[in-house]
Structures are given as structure tokens and as C-alpha cells.
Design a protein around this ligand. Structure first.
Ligand code: 0X9
Ligand code: ZN
Length: 301
């Protein structure tokens, strides 16, 4: 099972997903988003409270070492099912959620067993391993902020969707076409809410709406514990980077509201090792922020 006083292993997260299905058989369905190089499933849950709701896609852990991402995604899934606040309930039950806490299971497992700071997939490329699964999506693939060296942490792969993880997960997302209006990818770290594009400085068609939604979500987040986030399009807010899931979701899957959270901390050399005592506060502030993001998205989207 899972708790939020420590970081959970892949096996713990997967068995917790099974527990959810058993505990909430009418609301939670086990879904498989894709496959990995080492033969694992990219496991998720669909949480649905009634028929005909618009869909929200939530992805965490595409970068293996960013442990706060799967922890926050499981926290959010748990809140969606167990939060008893009446206002929260009457809001959250109007969406379907497709939730994938660990989008890079091979890499995540590797960070627990071999190398805490592994980022990529685990497919061998000569003497090096793995492509960056957030540079491998086939939308403006390999145009910016990505490496053609297999030993680099930002190796984009041999071509768009050369990685079975991104190829299969993208197929799954396309199978939901028309059902999803909000896509949220969780990463760490830097305390940012990002939106498309990463490949170019050109503003997305609904840039102003995305900025306004992100600003509202960041404001709400800060209200909890004073944690300050910066909001912007990837290219301007951080660095050029193409081939990310969020940009593909926006540009190819035509999901109009597409965001990436870079969670706590704000900086530091050991930013991937967020102390365990910060998991719950991060979950609380991020859950509140996501609700605001959805609420604003409904007004503007
Ligand atoms: O570089 C990345 O993939 C993300 N930062 S991280 O430190 N977690 O690696 C930024 C992702 C946002 N980029 C795009 N959507 N292009
Ligand atoms: Zn990341």
C-alpha cells in the first residue's frame, strides 16, 4: 500500500492501485496506459463518479528520480476519493480522471535499486541506457533543448516515439480523443506551472487563457503554505525543450488545457531529494491548486 510519510516503491504504488479498485469498485477502474522496455505495464486508474463527465489526464514520474511527482499524484487520487468537504466533493465529482502515477516504471524501479538519480527509460543504446521520455514525444521532436548523444540525460531517442513507453502511452491518450480537456504532467523541481510550447517562443493560440489559469492555480497554491510558483510557457519560463508529453498532448492530441507542474523545492543541488516530511504539505497545496486550475479552466476553456 501507499502512505505519504515516505516515498513508495513501484510495487507499493501498484498494489495500492489494486486496493483502490477493490475498495471503490463502482468508481475506480484499473487501466493500462502502455508498456515498458523491461516488460512492465504503465498502470493507472480511471476514477469516475458519473457518466458523461469531461476527462482530466494526470501523469507523474515520467522522470524517474523526481520522486515527489508519483507521491503527489497518488495523494491527489486519494483526495479525489476520500476528501469529505462538501464543496470539494460537489466539484471533483464532475470530472473523470485518468491517473498514471508512474509513467516510467523501469526508471522509477531503477532509482530505488541502483541509482537514485536516474532520469530516463532503461532501453540500451550502445554503452549507454535510456532516452529522456520527456524529449521523445513526436511533436516537433528533436528541435530544441534535447541531445543526440545516448549518454546524455536529455537524449531524445532515435526518433519520435522510439521508446515503447511514450509510443504506447500516446496511443492510449489518442484512444481517449475528445474525452480529455485537461492534461497535467507532474515533475520536480523548481516550483513552476508551465504550459506550451517548449519547442518555440511562439505563443500558443490560447496562451493568455493558459497564463490566466496557471496564475490562478499558483495563487491558490501559495495560499496554503506560502509556496511560490512561477507561471509561464516553457520556452520563456525555463528553457527550450521539445518532445515533451505536455506539448504533444496540446499539439497532436488537441487537449486545449495542458500543463506541467514542477513541484517543490525551488532550488538546490539535492532538489530531487525533497524531505519526506514535505510530501503531505506538497500534496495539500498541489491538490488545492489543481482544483483551482480545473475551475478556471472550465470558465476559460
Ligand atoms: O526538462 C524537462 O523535461 C522538464 N524539467 S525537469 O527538470 N523535470 O526535467 C520541463 C518540462 C516542460 N517542458 C516542455 N513541456 N517542453
Ligand atoms: Zn522532470
Amino acid at each position: 500500500t501507499v502512505d505519504w510519510t515516505h516515498y513508495n516503491t513501484l510495487e507499493e504504488i501498484n498494489s495500492w492501485l489494486d486496493d483502490l479498485v477493490k475498495k471503490y469498485p463502482n468508481k475506480v477502474e484499473s487501466v493500462v496506459g502502455g508498456k515498458t522496455y523491461e516488460g512492465r505495464e504503465i498502470r493507472g486508474v480511471k476514477i469516475s463518479f458519473k457518466k458523461g463527465n469531461p476527462g482530466v489526464f494526470i501523469e507523474g514520474g515520467i522522470h524517474a528520480r523526481e520522486w515527489i511527482a508519483p507521491a503527489t499524484v497518488t495523494y491527489i487520487a486519494n483526495e479525489l476519493l476520500t476528501n469529505t468537504d462538501e464543496k470539494v466533493r460537489s466539484f471533483v465529482e464532475n470530472y473523470d480522471y485518468y491517473i498514471f502515477p508512474v509513467a516510467n516504471p523501469d526508471g522509477y524501479k531503477y532509482t530505488f535499486e541502483k541509482d537514485r538519480f536516474w532520469r530516463k527509460t532503461r532501453k540500451p543504446y550502445g554503452k549507454c541506457f535510456g532516452a529522456d521520455p520527456n524529449r521523445n514525444w513526436d511533436f516537433h521532436w528533436h528541435e530544441a533543448g534535447t541531445s543526440s548523444s545516448a549518454c546524455s540525460d536529455t537524449y531524445g531517442g532515435e526518433k519520435g516515439f522510439s521508446e515503447i513507453e511514450t509510443a504506447t502511452l500516446s496511443e492510449y491518450i489518442l484512444s481517449l480523443k475528445g474525452k480529455i480537456h485537461t492534461y497535467i504532467a507532474f515533475h520536480s523541481f523548481s516550483q513552476l506551472i508551465l504550459f506550451p510550447y517548449g519547442h518555440s517562443a511562439t505563443h500558443a493560440p490560447n496562451h493568455n487563457d493558459l497564463q490566466a489559469i496557471g496564475d490562478a492555480a499558483a495563487k491558490r497554491l501559495a495560499e496554503k503554505y506560502g509556496t511560490r510558483y512561477t507561471v509561464g510557457n516553457v520556452y520563456d519560463a525555463i528553457y527550450p525543450a521539445s518532445g515533451a508529453s505536455m506539448d504533444w498532448a496540446y499539439g497532436v492530441a488537441e487537449i486545449p488545457l495542458s500543463f506541467t507542474y514542477e513541484l517543490r523545492p525551488n532550488g538546490g543541488f539535492d532538489g530531487f531529494e525533497l524531505p519526506e516530511k514535505e510530501i503531505i504539505p506538497t500534496g495539500e497545496e498541489t491538490f488545492a491548486s489543481v482544483l483551482t486550475l480545473l475551475e478556471e479552466g472550465k470558465k476559460l476553456g
